[in-house]
Design a protein around this ligand. Structure first.
Ligand code: ZN
Length: 185
């Protein structure tokens, strides 16, 4: 502990010393460790949300307005790290990309999707532009969501099978599809 000098176990969930003082963020902690969850593409979103709310309450800088500058500074860093970690882990695309990043991989490196898939995306985009009413858009949205959900399932299997290349390819596909979904919105 920076304040009382007690030694603190490098536990992944330890934010406070037994003396009650907030500890500095450990920079090497992954976003998964911040929430005390296993590094995995499949996560329990309900647990993530609950844990996020809890951490925001105990680490929020407003709670440290009467404390020392050091403690307030630590709480600010914790808070912004917790926010960044939450936003990254919440969505399948950013969560998948983050797992790749932990493995030293990223989408820009040697990954391509089949021309056939790109053709499908082009067609989807055209149908969005040409949709004449809200019902037409809704039906495109339904089929897009279905492909998105199938892809997320596949990505989950890819990570389970440690098939990084397929995970990369499917994450890139997901990125394309989420662009279409955004266009529909
Ligand atoms: Zn202490």
């Amino acid at each position: 502990c920076w304040k009382c000098g007690r030694s603190i176990e490098p536990d992944m969930e330890q934010y406070f010393c037994v003396c009650g003082v907030v500890q500095p963020p450990l920079e090497h902690r992954s976003f998964f460790q911040i929430f005390g969850i296993k590094e995995d593409f499949d996560i329990d979103l309900k647990y993530l949300n609950e844990k996020y709310r809890k951490l925001q309450v105990i680490l929020h800088p407003d709670k440290y307005s009467q404390k020392s500058d050091t403690e307030r500074g630590f709480s600010e860093r914790h808070s912004s790290l917790v926010n960044e970690a939450y936003n990254t882990l919440l969505k399948p695309l950013s969560r998948g990309l983050y797992i790749l990043h932990l493995k030293g991989e990223d989408l820009e490196k040697e990954v391509q999707v089949e021309t056939e898939f790109l053709g499908e995306i082009m067609e989807l985009n055209e149908s969005v532009i040409e949709a004449e009413d809200i019902n037409a858009l809704r039906s495109i949205e339904t089929s897009t969501n279905k492909i998105v959900n199938n892809l997320i399932d596949e990505i989950s299997h890819n990570f389970k099978d440690k098939n990084t290349n397929s995970a990369k390819e499917n994450l890139l596909k997901l990125k394309y599809l989420l662009n279409v979904a955004e266009k529909i919105q």
